[in-house]
Every structure is written in structure tokens, then in C-alpha cells.
Design a protein around this ligand. Structure first.
Ligand code: SAM
Length: 481
């Protein structure tokens, strides 16, 4: 699967350089990390212990190799006062991006410490009113109703749970409590989420209000839900990002999970959100599409089928395919993910299902990021695919990136092959939990936005946009001409 021609790149990658991190990910929103040079403050975009990247307005010339004097500043305080060397300059329509190497080590840990201290002091001074004052009444009312719901039902359920536990044999009665209470709360909760989502959607046009709504919700609602496994994992992001394969597995399992009855009910209410249910319905939809393609191919006399899944996570589609579809011939699955843990789970689930159903299928797993795929297309031999799909990945990608990857995937199809790319639907009446409670922002796209993803494909490509049966995700469907 790997081409020795990229060995040079692999060896080069063995020499460690501290990774650059985006300042927006590293520091609090009010940190204002800038590089002051010649009296002008330039926003710093990313940073490591050895250098940083800053934005420069149009008209200013920066020469690679030149040494410049300046100060790196955060929260108004200089943290590095030394010469830096211009390493690279990228000209954009809006100005330049200038990458510099520092001649002294940048104390990123001290910067984080300073930022945490300032953020705490500012938070202490501001109080919730600093955010609430920026929010419209309908958003505050919606969040207030949700807070009332949680503050009312948590102690009520805790008391009932304690009463049941005190009686001895409690397993079945507790299960009854959880199931009965869920039935009662389900519709009420759904309405609350719809109201908050509608009010939250209106804030998207106003970045300051949207930011305030996130901060306000994360301060007043999220802590009430920390016992709920889904919210705990998405909020804490142990793998560095919210929608990891573990979260997807919560959706596929769709169970009451968590330490207390209240946590279990809330967890289930979140995994029953249409966006979460849509993860499962889209997987079935993708398998149905695959099966239709396989049938089409088999009718033309070839039964061998090649399918690739980019950003596969736990790759549940393999299991669904093995256990539910007709036997049309051998299939080779190529599952690609940047996350090793996800691939380990996908391997187990996929192999078990294929063996259990005795399907003639091969499973190839590629541990790589799509950016490597774009840089070294020749190194990864999974061309001539009959079907390529991706779900839960393009929702994170800017349009230009999405277009480039859509084209790269299209190029790997056989003529007549099919590409399916999913993305959460916008406007969205269910997006309040991920966006505002769990700090899981994604790009919600309209039908036109989906069509725009196909802009780099040749005119011969047949493009369509459909909604998967769960009604939560669009799919860009492309037939290679
Ligand atoms: C939201 S999950 C969706 C997983 C799966 N498609 C599903 O629907 O259950 C997104 C997946 O994309 C993977 N991913 C994120 N960035 C990636 C990249 N640059 N290259 C490859 N995979 C990536 C993540 O590791 C994660 O497993």
C-alpha cells in the first residue's frame, strides 16, 4: 500500500520540530496575541516554541531571510523581545501571512499561564451579566427554561434513585425509573432544544452575540450536564476534537449510559437528538447506496467492488453492509482515518462482522490525514474505486478545502463510479446542544453550499444533492462521467 518513493518524506518527518498551534485554539478569546513591529500590531495566527505566523496588511514588503526586530505580546504584555528571521511569506488577496523563526525559545507555557490568569481575573470581574447583556430576550428565555428543566429534574430523579437503591434489589426498578422518566421528558426536552436552536441560529450573523451565547451557555448549562457521558466527552475532547469515534459509538449504541438515572436520561436525550440519530441513518443510507452500486456493477457482469471511506471513525458501515445487504460479490473496503484509536476499533468491528456473516471482503486500513493524501497522492494506492464516501468530516472544512478534497476523491473513482459526501444541514433546529452546550462547532451547509463543493469537478460529472432519511444531513452525490 505504501510507496517507497515517500520514504524521504517519512525520514524527514522523523526530525522533530515543535508543532505550530493556532492561537485561537491555544488562548482565550480575549487574549489578543500580536507581533508589534515598527509601531504596528500584527495578529499572530499560529505559534510554537520556535516561531510564529502573523498577518500583515497589504503594501508591506517582507523579505525571506531578513531579520526583524519586534515584540510578541499577549494581553498587552511583551513575552518575547528579540530579533526574528522571516522564514516564509505567503501573499493573499487580503494581505500577507508571514512565518518567522524566533532566535530565542518562545515560552509558550508561560504564555498559557498568563492567559489563564488574565482570563480568570476578567471572568471574575465580568460575571454572567457581561454575556447576558449581549443576548436577545428569546435566547435568554430559551436557556432559562432549559436551566429550570435541569435544576428541577436532577434533584427529583436523584431523590427517587436514592429511594429505590435503599430498598435493596434495585436493578430492574432503576431501569424502569429511567425508561418511564425518559418517556415523560422526551417531548418536553425536544421542544426546549428546538426553541434554543431557533434563537441560537439567529445569532450566527453577529459574532459577538454568538460568542456571548456560547460563553453564557457553557457557564450556566454545561456544568449541570457534566455527568452525562456524551457531553463530558465532547466538552473535554480527550483526543483533541469533539466528534471523535467514541462519540459516534454513543450514537450507534443509543443506550442509557452514565452514573446516575438523571445522567442516563440526559445522555439518551442527547443521543436521540435528530443530528445524532442522523449519524446512524446516514450510515445505513450510505450502505444502501453502496449496495445499489454493487448491484448495478454485478448486472454489468463484474461482481468485484472497491469502496473507500474517508474519515471512517469506527467504520460501522462495514458491519451494516456485512449484516444487512444481499451477496453480490467480493468487496474491498479501504477505511481511512487520522485517528489510530478509531482505526483499531474499525478493524475489530469490521473483521468480526465480515467473518460472522461469511462475506468475501477485504479490509484495508489507512492511518493518515487527508492532507497527506493531497500532498502524496501517488503514495496511496486506492484508485479505481467504485464508490467513495465521507460523512462527518466535510462539516469541519472550509469551502476551498472541501472542493479540493472532493476533486481528489473524484479522481480516484472508476468512470461511472459514485462519490457521496455528507454535511450537516443548515439552517438547523437541533444544533443547540453541540454548538452551545458541548463546544462542538461545525459548518452547517445549505443545498447551494453543498453544490458549491463540486465546483472543481469536470462538467461531465453528474451532481445531485439529497437529504438522508434522518433529515439531518445533506449528501452531495456525484456520478463520474
Ligand atoms: C465525526 S467523525 C465521523 C466518523 C464516521 N464517518 C461516522 O460517521 O461515524 C469524523 C472522523 O474524521 C476523522 N478525521 C478528522 N480529520 C481527518 C483528516 N484530516 N483525515 C482523515 N480523517 C480525519 C476523525 O478522526 C473522525 O474519526
Amino acid at each position: 500500500m505504501f510507496d517507497p518513493r515517500v520514504n524521504g518524506a517519512l525520514v524527514r518527518s522523523a526530525f522533530y520540530r515543535p508543532p505550530r498551534k493556532r492561537t485561537s485554539d491555544l488562548f482565550s478569546a480575549d487574549a489578543e496575541c500580536v507581533f508589534r513591529c515598527d509601531g504596528v500590531e500584527h495578529p499572530v495566527l499560529d505559534l510554537s516554541a520556535s516561531g510564529f505566523l502573523f498577518a500583515s496588511p497589504n503594501g508591506k514588503i517582507w523579505n525571506p531571510g531578513a531579520e526583524i526586530e519586534g515584540q510578541l505580546i499577549i494581553h498587552g504584555e511583551p513575552v518575547l523581545d528579540s530579533k526574528v528571521r522571516v522564514a516564509r511569506v505567503q501573499a493573499l488577496a487580503t494581505g500577507s501571512r508571514v512565518g518567522v523563526d524566533a532566535q530565542q525559545t518562545i515560552a509558550v507555557i508561560d504564555m498559557l499561564e498568563l492567559d489563564a490568569d488574565r482570563a480568570f481575573r476578567a471572568g471574575l470581574q465580568a460575571g454572567p451579566a457581561a454575556y447576558a447583556n449581549l443576548l436577545p430576550k428569546n435566547y435568554l428565555d430559551a436557556v432559562s427554561s432549559i436551566k429550570d428543566f435541569l435544576l428541577y429534574y436532577r434533584p427529583l430523579l436523584d431523590r427517587e434513585e436514592s429511594r429505590i437503591r435503599a430498598k435493596g434489589d434495585h436493578e430492574r426498578p432503576l431501569r424502569d425509573l429511567v425508561e418511564r422518566s425518559f418517556e415523560t421528558l422526551d417531548r418536553r426536552w425536544r421542544q426546549l432544544v428546538t426553541d434554543a436552536s431557533r434563537a441560537g441560529w439567529e445569532l450566527r450573523a453577529d459574532p459577538a452575540a454568538h460568542h456571548a451565547a456560547k460563553r453564557y451557555t457553557e457557564a450556566t448549562i454545561t456544568p449541570l450536564l457534566k455527568g452525562c457521558p456524551l457531553i463530558d466527552r465532547t466538552w473535554n475532547k480527550p483526543l483533541g476534537y469533539a466528534g471523535d469515534y467514541h462519540v459516534m459509538e454513543y450514537y450507534y449504541r443509543d443506550e442509557f449510559e452514565g452514573p446516575t438515572a438523571f445522567d442516563q436520561i440526559m445522555h439518551k436525550l442527547f443521543v436521540q437528538n435528530p443530528m445524532a440519530r442522523g449519524v446512524v441513518s446516514r450510515a445505513r443510507f450510505l450502505v444502501e447506496l453502496m449496495d445499489a452500486e454493487h448491484e448495478r456493477l454485478a448486472r454489468s457482469g463484474t461482481s468485484e467492488f472497491a469502496v473507500a471511506n474517508l474519515g471512517c471513525g469506527s467504520g460501522r458501515e462495514v458491519q451494516i453492509w456485512a449484516e444487512t445487504t444481499a451477496r453480490r460479490g467480493p468487496a474491498t473496503w479501504t477505511l481511512i482515518d487520522q485517528e489510530e484509536e478509531a482505526l483499531a476499533v474499525a478493524y475489530q468491528i469490521g473483521h468480526k462482522a465480515i467473518r460472522g456473516a461469511e462475506r468475501p471482503a477485504e479490509l484495508k486500513l489507512l492511518h493518515l490525514s487527508f492532507s497527506k493524501l493531497l500532498r502524496h497522492p501517488e503514495a496511496f494506492k486506492f484508485e479505481d474505486q467504485n464508490y467513495i464516501f465521507s460523512s462527518g468530516l466535510f462539516d469541519y472544512l472550509r469551502l476551498d478545502r472541501a472542493q479540493t478534497i472532493a476533486k481528489a476523491l473524484y479522481d480516484r473513482l472508476v468512470p461511472g463510479g459514485r462519490l457521496a459526501i455528507g454535511n450537516a444541514i443548515g439552517p438547523n433546529t437541533n444544533f443547540w446542544p453541540p454548538e452551545f452546550v458541548a463546544d462542538w462547532p461545525i459548518l452547517y451547509r445549505s443545498k447551494d453550499d453543498m453544490e458549491a463543493m463540486a465546483a472543481l469537478l469536470p462538467g461531465s460529472a453528474e451532481v445531485d444533492v439529497v437529504v438522508e432519511p434522518g433529515g439531518a444531513y445533506y449528501f452531495l452525490l456525484v456520478r463520474k462521467g
